[in-house]
Design a protein around this ligand. Structure first.
Ligand code: ZN
Length: 82
């Protein structure tokens, strides 16, 4: 991918906020009230969706939300058979 095409500028407002463009919000399915994690590096700030972990085994593999709780496919299968 063209690196320059990925470089856009946003201005920080007086409260320290920046606006995430609608196209990016759509791409990452970000809705008002959603939480993002950020990591700070020497020269960059990385935003990412929180990694959902299974409440039973802590795995982050194919985690889905069942009754409002994150659960992995393997544990979901186990629950079905127990
Ligand atoms: Zn699990």
């Amino acid at each position: 991918m063209d690196k320059q095409a990925n470089r856009k500028e946003k201005t920080v407002d007086e409260f320290g906020r920046i606006l995430i463009p609608k196209s990016i919000r759509k791409q990452f399915d970000l809705k008002p009230g959603d939480t993002l994690c950020y990591e700070v590096d020497a020269d960059r700030i990385i935003l990412r969706r929180p990694v959902e972990k299974c409440i039973f085994c802590d795995s982050s593999d194919s985690v889905q939300t069942v009754m409002g709780r994150p659960i992995c496919a393997a544990c979901k299968e186990k629950l079905k058979t127990e």
